[in-house]
Design a protein around this ligand. Structure first.
Ligand code: HC0
Ligand code: SF4
Length: 560
């Protein structure tokens, strides 16, 4: 153990990678715009400056901790320095805080208030730049960018895409896609991970709140809502509910009071996906065609694979994602119900911005009609609940509607990377005995590593599996699969690290403790679930015997 002195207090440190981490570990929340522990250190914002005993001022994020260091974090000189940075940032910032989407969760706004910046001496004489609203998933407002580079490094270092970068120099510097192309014309997959780290309103979620309120208010429209696995463990974040707490029952109660007609669970859709995807895997193992089978649940990953590895497109499962399977079933049911005179609108509540693009893909229309009409992210639904004057924390816990409110634990764990694989393996192994479930969970499919590998015995055969977190890791793996260096039978990729719990539409910030709480909460839902296997869900069985009979392919699969 080594020691340094921070503000006259002796502080122990070990293998922290920089002085900033030691300071934060000691309980002092030094502000930063450009520091994220999972990204490379950029050292540009200078908010984390500290002063040493010789009066040297330096950025604590870029300094290695040394034995015997003596530092101060809040001297008058540092206070002046930080305030000046904030004032200069605000001077060239569009200051429409009251109407900004990030109002209340903007780091610039929060720090200006926290550090007492009450007046800006300089005029903003920068020309107003146009917004990029071309993407279905996110909106870019360059007028609110503070050039911290968090989005640039996230898209490059985590997703390996490099869609965004710095352009021009000095006062003209901006963040933009190459040649300032519209996002919709780039390789952007809509994952929203850049939005999740953006400290201001420069990258925000494309909003679908208005049309949903209008549909809810229309008596001639029946609005059905489905709630994704990862939403329930994050929607409580802005209501003071403990991080990770399962708020599904409270969310159902709030949605009813807001006027939604029927409330169902995307976990039911996940159960359907397990049924179809496990069959597809068996068929491909049998025929040997198009192995490995790639999961198709994550739209960011699907788009990435289509863009970058078109030659491996046939490997993507033909199964629709749980959102899309469920949407197609709900719309088909509405078409079959001759008593129902209202128009049916299906709304999904998702942790993911890319799901907004998934619903608009041409293959996700049945008989010319979109299977899911609108996607609201967890963040948008949080806003709607607040608009309705509802405090989620005070809601009673209510059950979802039947029949599609019933789902298995296997459906719940879809929200974490590895969950799809684990759920499919459960179905293929076909046992709900505790020891067998544990054996599957210990194969290596759980955990937060970038690439996880597992080998599972299915009958006579050993099935080789890879589970991938984040598109940069996917890119690494795909290169090796394409060249023949690696072989797998089944590959699950989630574009967001740790899966949908960290999706680009989730409430931010998503720190290490929040990630852990959400992950553990989803596994806990599975642990206490009475039904563990998707095929044991009685409503799934009824559906296959009824509505789905002869229509499995039409409603649950994409043509490839
Ligand atoms: Fe997910 Fe899904 S698990 S992608 O992360 O497969 O968004 O939560 O809804 O569709 O079920 C997101 C989450 C879903 C889908 C499911 C899958
Ligand atoms: Fe990159 Fe994802 Fe942001 Fe698109 S949405 S720019 S792919 S991080």
């Amino acid at each position: 153990m080594k020691y340094m002195t921070i503000n006259n207090r002796k502080v122990a440190f070990d293998d922290e990678k920089n002085v900033l981490s030691v300071i934060r570990k000691s309980g002092i929340d030094l502000p930063t715009f450009c520091y994220h522990s999972e990204l490379s250190t950029y050292g540009a914002c200078r908010m984390c400056v500290v002063e040493d005993d010789r009066g040297k001022v330096f950025a604590s994020c870029s300094e290695t901790p040394r034995e015997g260091m003596v530092i101060y974090t809040n001297t008058p000189r540092l206070q002046h320095h930080r305030k000046m940075i904030l004032e200069l940032l605000l001077a060239s910032h569009c200051r429409d805080c009251t109407t900004c989407r990030k109002n209340g969760v903007c780091t610039l706004q929060k720090l200006a208030q926290q550090l007492g910046v009450s007046y800006v001496r300089f005029e903003n004489n920068k020309p107003q730049l146009p917004l990029d609203e071309s993407s279905d998933c996110i909106v870019r407002d360059p007028n609110k960018c503070i050039l911290c580079g968090d989005c640039v490094r996230t898209c490059d270092e985590i997703q390996g895409l490099g869609v965004l970068d710095f352009a021009f120099r000095g006062a003209r510097m901006q963040v933009m896609p190459a040649f300032n192309k519209d996002l919709a014309k780039t390789d952007c997959v809509g994952c929203g991970q850049c939005r999740a780290v953006c400290p201001t309103g420069a990258i925000t979620i494309k909003q679908n709140i208005r049309p949903v309120w209008e549909a809810v208010a229309d008596k001639d429209i029946r609005v059905i809502v489905q709630i994704a696995p990862a939403v329930r463990v994050a929607v409580g974040d802005k209501f003071g509910i403990p991080k990770g707490e399962n708020s599904l029952g409270k969310l159902a109660a709030a949605l009813r009071r807001m006027g939604f007609d029927e409330i169902y669970d995307t976990n039911f859709g996940a159960d359907l996906t397990v049924m179809e995807e496990s069959e597809e895997l068996l068929e491909r193992l049998e025929s040997g065609d198009n192995l490995p089978l790639f999961t198709s649940c994550c739209p960011g990953w699907v788009k990435f694979c289509e863009n970058k590895y078109p030659g491996l497109r046939e490997h993507i499962s033909t199964c629709r994602s749980p959102q899309q399977m469920f949407g197609a079933v709900l719309k088909e049911e509405a078409r079959m119900d001759k008593e129902e005179k209202r128009k049916t609108v299906v709304v999904s509540i998702m942790p993911c911005t890319a799901k907004k693009a998934e619903i608009r893909r041409p293959e996700h229309k049945t008989d010319g009609e979109q299977d899911v009409d609108y996607v609201l992210t967890t963040t948008e639904v949080t806003r709607m609940i607040k608009e309705a004057g509802i405090d989620l924390a005070q809601m009673p816990s209510e059950a979802l509607d039947m029949p599609f409110g019933l789902s298995s634990g296997a459906g719940a764990i879809f929200g974490v990377t590895g969950g799809v694989t684990e759920a499919v393996l459960r179905r293929l192994v076909g046992s709900s005995r505790q020891e067998d479930l544990e054996d599957i969970s210990f194969t290596g499919v759980r955990g937060i590593e970038g690439i996880k590998e597992a080998t599972v015995a299915l009958g006579e055969r050993e099935v080789k599996i890879a589970v991938v977190n984040g598109l940069k890791c996917a890119d690494e793996l795909m290169g090796k699969i394409q060249s023949g260096e690696l072989y797998y039978d089944f590959v699950e990729v989630m574009a967001c690290r740790r899966g949908c719990i960290t999706g680009g539409g989730q409430p931010v910030p998503i720190g290490a403790r929040t990630k852990k709480a959400r992950l553990e909460a989803l596994y806990k839902i599975d642990t206490v679930a009475q039904i563990k296997l998707s095929n044991e869900n009685p409503i799934i069985q009824t559906l296959y015997r009824g509505l789905l009979k002869g229509k499995e392919h039409k409603l649950l699969h994409n043509e490839r």
